[in-house]
Design a protein around this ligand. Structure first.
Ligand code: GRF
Length: 210
């Protein structure tokens, strides 16, 4: 069905898939995943990466003893080379930690085809809308502006587009009258915190095929 996707091997409780979680913010999704993985699962977070040194969510990884690093854009590199240079640093950290699956959880940078091609099938994202509706960085704002009654969240494999890769799971969330962006975001996050770990269970135990 989809070209070029190589899924992770089938993990087991004894030999779980080694996961890196990439974040840019508060990391409530990371915290939920770490809580879920406190019980043995077929996936285990062994690295947390952020795109800046001072990202608050890194603390969730530090609290449970998982190596948690901010890798900022290398400002010493010329501006037009900076994006790929940054991704090379990220890729090197992933390789150094023998990562098998990269879980984007509120990571706010768009990855280049160079990076995606190296991780295609082993790179997942959660997006706070029912894709293909409302892609992009302002899903909740766009949902409210459109006046729809139902939104939700989507877990998908990442391809070279923005929020376009094969969908692995979706869950609906009602929009309430009087919702503002922050109320809607909180209600959607609550559902994301269950959907993402459950979907990783399916992906890491060989229950997903393309
Ligand atoms: C989540 O809603 C996720 O869908 C979106 O960014 C948010 C991250 O929140 N991509 P947090 O940093 O995990 O609290």
């Amino acid at each position: 069905m989809s070209d070029g996707f190589v899924l992770p091997r089938t993990g087991s409780l004894k030999h779980p898939i080694r996961v890196a979680v990439m974040i840019s913010g508060g990391g409530s999704g990371l915290a939920a995943l770490l809580r879920y993985q406190a019980t043995a699962r077929t996936h285990q977070t062994v690295l947390v990466l952020a795109d800046k040194a001072d990202v608050g969510g890194l603390q969730h990884g530090i609290d449970v003893g998982v190596p948690s690093l901010g890798i900022p854009l290398p400002t010493e590199v010329e501006a037009k080379e900076r994006r790929v240079a940054h991704e090379r640093l990220v890729h090197a950290a992933l390789e150094e930690h023998d990562i098998e699956l990269v879980v984007l959880s509120g990571y706010m940078r768009i990855l280049t085809p160079w990076f995606v091609s190296r991780w295609k099938g082993r790179l997942v994202n959660i997006h706070p809308s029912l894709l293909p509706d409302f892609p992009g960085a302002h899903a909740h704002r766009d949902v409210l502006a459109a006046g729809v009654d139902v939104t939700g969240c989507t877990v998908h494999l990442v391809d070279e587009g923005v929020d376009t890769g094969p969908i692995l799971a979706q869950r609906r969330v009602d929009v309430h009258e009087g919702d503002d962006e922050s109320a809607l975001q909180e209600r959607v996050k609550h559902v994301e915190h269950a959907l993402y770990p459950e979907t990783l269970d399916r992906l890491c135990s060989g229950q997903i095929s393309l």
